[in-house]
Ligand binder design. Structure first.
Ligand code: NAD
Length: 374
């Protein structure tokens, strides 16, 4: 009963015309930012996360604690737990689900392939099953990935481009998710929107991503391995990523939820009429990974010890580059943070979180420099 009360209180809508949103993966990087943004504008928000140990669980607990302070409760549970999901949809008539829970990362699939199948395929099906039986049926917006474009060589990537050459199991499960979701749209009339995120970065980010562990290792004076190029002979390609700042991604998620609208609500009468949409959410300006390291060196004021190598076949793709004109047109999505500005915010957070003494020193230095030079 106490649990139910907490769940209800968290999901209670604060402002008129607000939504009631279930955010899965809410203790994750994108999830915590998205849940906080939805709450700020008055939506009712309930989080769900299994706090798995794929990376530092203290970071996940920290994000959840931050959400708790704004009144968002994160239920500790698994999206593949059908009973738990049925109970949640029973207690709260969610209008929307923002589904971000997943096994992320490309390289970890070489170590634990089944974790991708469990979270990204079985977990998604469990969620879709719960949603199609719920009354009202919630509109679902979920995270796919730019990785579905795989070894497509046509840039920038547009939503209608081929996605039949995945380079990793992660990409294959994200692509499978899109196909599975389509079936639930077709048979049960669920409103479904896939968002293909392009390399998201920012404060409270993921320690398994390059910008994050480069920062950690540069500060520790440890060598970093930088993939500069892929391929051979005349087919050499510079490794680059369309780095997209977290605030831009969150704006895209919120716009997608609003566009998805209220549920079809009829539990079947309107079958086939609900929308199925797919959007790229990227930054539209790819940056070579070597340049990412240059920027980090400048911001951290430390020289990196670089081991520059050719990219091995480990599931990574050589480059990503989003065409976002569809999201621009239909969601009003306009990415507005360039890599230097966004990285500065990340580095500031990183120092304050992991090295408060260093952050303090840098701040002092900036202010005394400011005084001296003006
Ligand atoms: P993240 O790992 O920080 O967040 C995912 C969260 O889901 C984690 O907190 C994890 O504990 C939780 N989770 C995993 N399996 C679960 C399960 N079975 N039940 C309940 N919770 C579970 O990753 P993120 O960067 O925030 O990514 C969010 C979504 O966006 C993911 O679907 C990811 O695949 C996708 N995506 C991210 C990026 C990026 O660059 N960050 C790029 C493309 C796509």
């Amino acid at each position: 009963a106490a649990w139910e009360k907490k769940v209800r209180a968290s999901a209670r809508v604060r402002r008129s015309r607000g939504h009631s949103v279930l955010v899965t993966g809410a203790a994750g990087f994108v999830g915590c930012h998205a849940a906080a943004a939805l709450r700020r504008r008055g939506d009712g928000v309930l989080g769900l996360d299994n706090f798995n140990n794929y990376y530092d669980t203290a970071l996940k607990r920290g994000r959840a604690a931050l959400l708790a302070r704004s009144g968002v409760y994160v239920v500790d549970g698994d999206i593949a737990d059908a009973e738990l999901l049925a109970k949640l949809f029973d207690v709260v008539p969610f209008t929307h689900v923002l589904h971000l829970a997943a096994q992320a990362g490309v390289r970890h699939a070489l170590v634990d392939p089944m974790s991708y199948v469990r979270a990204n395929v079985a977990g998604l099906v469990a969620l879709l099953e719960a949603a199609r039986s719920a009354n009202p049926q919630p509109a679902i917006v979920w995270a796919s990935s730019s990785s579905v474009y795989g070894l497509n060589s046509h840039v920038p990537f547009s939503e209608h481009d081929r996605t039949d050459r995945p380079a990793s199991l992660y990409a294959a499960t994200k692509k499978a998710g899109e196909e599975i979701a389509h079936v639930y749209n077709h048979i049960y009339g669920l409103s479904l929107t896939a968002l293909r995120f392009f390399t998201v970065y920012g404060p409270w980010g993921r320690p398994d991503m390059a910008y994050f562990f480069f920062t950690r290792d540069i500060l520790a004076g440890r060598p970093i391995t930088v993939y500069e190029s892929a391929g051979g002979g005349s087919h050499q390609t510079t490794i680059s990523r369309d780095f997209t700042y977290i605030d831009d991604i969150v704006k895209g998620c919120v716009a997608a939820l609003d566009t998805a609208g209220r549920s079809t609500g009829s539990g079947g009468k309107k079958r086939g009429t609900a929308p199925f949409r797919t959007y790229n959410l990227g930054n539209t300006s790819p940056v070579p990974v070597t340049q990412l390291v240059d920027l980090l060196e400048k911001l951290l004021k430390v020289k990196a010890v670089r081991k520059v190598v050719k990219m091995p076949r480990n599931g990574d793709v050589p480059y990503t580059h989003a065409n976002v004109s569809l999201a621009q047109r239909e969601l009003g999505y306009h990415p507005s943070t360039d890599l230097q500005t966004g990285l500065k915010k990340f580095v500031r957070w990183y120092l304050e979180y992991y090295h408060p003494e260093l952050a303090e020193k840098q701040k002092l230095r900036t202010s005394s420099n400011g005084k001296g030079s003006r």
